[in-house]
Design a protein around this ligand. Structure first.
Ligand SMILES: *[C@@H]1O[C@H](CO)[C@@H](O)[C@H](O)[C@H]1NC(C)=O
Length: 408
């Protein structure tokens, strides 16, 4: 009995130690977040272990566990079921509401899910529920794009899949087929999907061969640049779940098919050191000392190395490609993009990516609604439906849908 008690006690302490992470005081529901984080960390560790044993790529383990956990999520009720088809050879899942007046044209929305360009799927319960909800509440046709993922494919394939599917949907005859109003089509996405949505919105806006344009772009905590991993939000939240700074750099390296050992120099901005001439025309586009308000700069200092590792930008030229890093677009391009909704969370390494983009769009004359959550964390909208449900996720979801309802 004594032994049993001792073992139980020790195990409890070990588990508590594993789960416990010091979190900022203002974050939403910290204990729930710790448990969620411990689950995600375990998935990554197990994935890493299997990869080092040569069993399979880390991402495959993570996908497998994610799929297995789906069973715990609530079964969808309400909202139209998605059906799978292909647009220009790209897999998409369509959600078509039966609500609304049969003779009236509906809204359309291209939705791009997040997951670091490597995980996630249109079939993931949280995305499936989100798309059903939007189709139903907005009386819209939702096109959720099943773009291919890393490590099977790399940049620019993910982007190209999203672009091709979007172009196909925007064709007047396709919109007509789905009874969608060409004046009311938007593009949206969260996290890496927000990156793809911003990049696709830019390309569609400047392509004169496309007659129907997006009316809105709604970006949920988007990833927009890989030149500064020491923005105030990267510094402040580098260890805040569920997206750690190091994980974000790994996702970038995998997306751009680059060597993962580059993480060490890139974490300290060695790739964008002062002596990098090629950067002179880009610096102002991600200069947070000019683009962020003092409230978000706080007391953080820019991290700019003098010499750094000059070969990185040559080895990974996609770091400077606007299709990968939409924040680097020229103002003339930004000025042609549709009005924007940008959701940011205080406890998110990507907060400043979103805030800087909002500012650059405004400078280019685009109307922007910035929706900031002081208690939010990266990914919170995916936890609006349960089984792990966060109040901040539900709140953010409601505001996002209601913005679309007002502007699309
Ligand atoms: C960053 O660059 C400096 C200067 O070239 C170099 O000495 C240092 O080793 C680099 N750091 C990393 C982590 O690669």
């Amino acid at each position: 009995m004594k032994l049993f008690c001792c073992v139980t006690l020790l195990l409890s302490v070990a588990v508590a130690y594993y789960i416990y992470t010091p979190l900022p005081e203002t974050i939403s529901e910290p204990w729930k977040l710790m448990i969620l984080d411990a689950t995600i960390r375990s998935m990554f560790s197990l994935g890493g272990l299997f990869q080092s044993l040569g069993v399979c790529h880390q991402v495959q383990t993570i996908r497998y566990i994610q799929e297995s956990l789906q069973g715990l999520a609530p079964l969808p009720s309400g909202g139209p079921e998605g059906h799978d088809t292909t647009f220009a050879g790209v897999q998409v899942r369509m959600y078509e509401t039966s609500r609304g007046d049969k003779d009236r044209l509906r809204r359309g929305l291209v939705f791009l899910h997040g997951g670091g360009w490597a995980v996630g799927s249109t079939k993931e319960r949280s995305y499936d529920l989100l798309c059903r909800t939007m189709a139903d509440e907005l009386i819209a046709v939702i096109v959720s794009v099943e773009y291919r993922l890393a490590p099977e494919v790399h940049f620019p394939q993910q982007y190209d899949d999203c672009l091709e599917a979007s172009k196909h949907f925007l064709r007047p005859e396709v919109l007509a087929l789905y009874s969608v109003d060409p004046e009311r089509v938007g593009v949206s996405g969260d996290s890496a999907g927000g990156n793809l949505a911003a990049a696709v919105a830019q390309q569609i806006s400047v392509d004169d061969s496309i007659s129907v344009k997006f009316r809105v772009q709604a970006l949920i905590y988007p990833v927009l640049q890989a030149l500064d991993f020491n923005t105030p939000s990267y510094q402040q939240n580098h260890n805040v779940p569920i997206l750690y700074r190091s994980s974000m750099v790994h996702f970038w390296l995998e997306y751009l098919d680059a060597d993962h050992t580059l993480i060490h120099p890139m974490l300290i901005n060695n790739h964008t050191a002062k002596n990098q001439k090629v950067l002179s025309k880009h610096r102002a586009k991600y200069d947070w000392t000019a683009l962020l308000s003092p409230e978000f700069q706080k007391n953080y200092k820019p991290v700019v190395q003098l010499k750094g590792s000059s070969k990185i930008l040559k080895k990974v030229p996609a770091l400077l490609d606007v299709r990968a890093a939409p924040l680097l677009a020229e103002e003339a391009v930004l000025s042609r993009t549709p009005q924007a909704y940008i959701l940011t969370c205080e406890h998110d390494v990507l907060r400043d990516d979103g805030l800087m983009y909002a500012r650059r769009l405004e400078q280019a004359g685009v109307t922007v609604t910035s929706d900031h959550y002081a208690d939010g964390f990266h990914g919170c909208i995916s936890f609006a439906f349960g089984p792990i449900k966060f109040a901040v996720g539900e709140r953010a979801l409601r505001n996002y849908i209601s913005w679309l309802d007002d502007h699309l």
